[in-house]
Design a protein around this ligand. Structure first.
Ligand code: PMP
Length: 427
């Protein structure tokens, strides 16, 4: 009967789906890891429920914690100007951006934001996207093709790698910050490809070190390659006024072909952008999948990012405080003998633990002592190079940092952590 048939079909479907799920890559590993965390009686470190505005402090399970897991580098997520701008934009435009800008048309708030970001990088134009991740994927995916070569730093963000794969270009990584290797690769390969794109990050989000921007510009010029710099963690952080990598190195921002950034970190919003020549931006407007086939950035997010960017331009004192806080954290941690890997003492500070389960144990114990910091474990970093990653904010107090480092040092000792080897490159 049809009913028997349908029951049979259900049974087959469930078998197929169960089998499929069991063979998902890393499924077994992920389950074993979660079981081990549970067996050891630790709290699962991810997906904690925060009960309010997470910033330098946050509330989890009714308890106030010193927070190092939010990217709120300059504290703009708490700023009334940013909140007001978002609320006003909702009043003016509604919540939804309706559809892709190609069909639903422009809102002034998008063009205002894009003008400000283009000016920031001294570029002709910029373009916003609904996500930073999607920006890298669609921009790199649209720009490069099968006759081209993409060379990216081996510690580049997953979205850069995803975009590179999508493009169909030949894709190669060079060892982290090894620009001799990059130069040599270009020497060997440049003639074989129509166009070459080099991709690096301003401030690396796992290690807290920076790229050598002047040398990258020199290399890309000599080899007639394009250079794209991901400023996700650099905007608001690097340079005396927080303008980013170009300010830190005194490099003319026009010497970089594509500046990419996110709105989700210093700019206290959600979304991504690229700033480049008007020719490239016009090309992306018609060819970047995440722009053409996806909805526009929500007006409230655009307005919040624009308000945060305006604040950034007059927030030298917050940038200075961020630098002081990061310096204080680094000095205290190093004086406790902690391994900060390659960190330069900027706003992203890894404390290398080594073993993934131990990193989770220390994070869980710190949570019990009122300090929220997430472990970063394999595959986000090389196996054996697990770490606790601290995002420092200008709004952390001296006392919060002192307490956190003290608890951290005690918990690392208590967990019997021989400090793991310094994170190896190329993971
Ligand atoms: N690039 C880098 C270097 C990042 O660290 C991130 C996210 N952490 C992204 C891009 C993606 O940005 P978003 O989270 O805003 O989508």
């Amino acid at each position: 009967s049809p009913r028997d048939l349908s029951e049979k079909q259900d049974a087959v479907d469930s078998d197929i789906s169960t089998d499929c799920f069991e063979t998902l890559p890393r499924m077994q590993e992920q389950r074993a890891f979660s079981a081990e965390i549970k067996r050891l009686g630790h709290r699962h470190p991810y997906f904690l429920v925060h009960e309010g505005r997470a910033g330098a402090s946050t509330v989890v399970d009714g308890e106030s914690l010193i927070n190092f897991s939010s990217y709120d580098y300059l504290g703009f997520n708490q700023h009334p100007d940013v909140h007001r701008a978002a609320v006003e934009a909702v009043g003016l435009y509604g919540v939804s951006p309706s559809a892709s800008r190609l069909v639903a048309g422009e809102r002034k708030i998008h063009t205002d934001l894009e003008r400000a970001l283009a000016e920031h990088y001294s570029q002709d134009a910029s373009l916003s996207f609904v996500s930073g991740y999607g920006t890298n994927v669609s921009v790199i995916g649209a720009l490069m093709g099968p006759k081209d070569l993409i060379l990216f730093d081996s510690l580049a963000h997953n979205s850069i790698i995803a975009g590179a794969k999508l493009s169909g270009a030949k894709v190669r990584s060079f060892p982290h910050n090894d620009l001799d290797a990059l130069d040599a690769a270009l020497q060997r390969r440049r003639g074989l490809y129509q166009r070459v794109l080099i991709v690096a990050e301003g401030l690396y989000s796992m290690d807290g070190d920076v790229c050598d921007l002047p040398r990258l510009v020199d290399i890309k010029t000599r080899h007639r390659a394009m250079l794209m710099i991901d400023e996700a963690h650099s905007l608001g952080v690097l340079g005396r006024h927080g303008r980013g990598s170009f300010e830190r190195f005194g490099v003319d921002p026009r010497s970089v072909d594509i500046w990419m950034g996110t709105l989700s970190k210093t700019l206290a919003s959600c979304g991504g952008f690229v700033a480049a020549s008007s020719t490239l931006i016009e090309f992306f407007k018609h060819n970047a999948g995440g722009f053409v086939f996806s909805v526009a950035l929500a007006p409230a997010f655009a307005a919040a990012a624009l308000a945060a960017h305006r604040l950034l331009l007059v927030s030298g004192e917050r940038v200075e405080r961020l630098r002081e806080n990061a310096g204080l954290f680094s000095r205290l941690a190093r004086s406790q003998g902690l391994d900060l890997g390659e960190s330069l003492g900027e706003a992203v500070i890894p404390v290398i633990v080594g073993d993934s389960v131990r990193a989770v144990a220390v994070s869980s114990n710190l949570l019990g002592r009122g300090v929220n910091v997430q472990p970063i474990i394999y595959p986000a970093v090389r196996d054996g190079a697990a770490r606790l990653r601290f995002f420092i904010s200008s709004e952390h107090s001296r006392e919060q940092i002192e307490v956190a480092v003290l608890c951290l040092a005690e918990e690392l000792r208590r967990a019997g952590t021989e400090q793991g080897p310094v994170a190896q490159r190329g993971s």
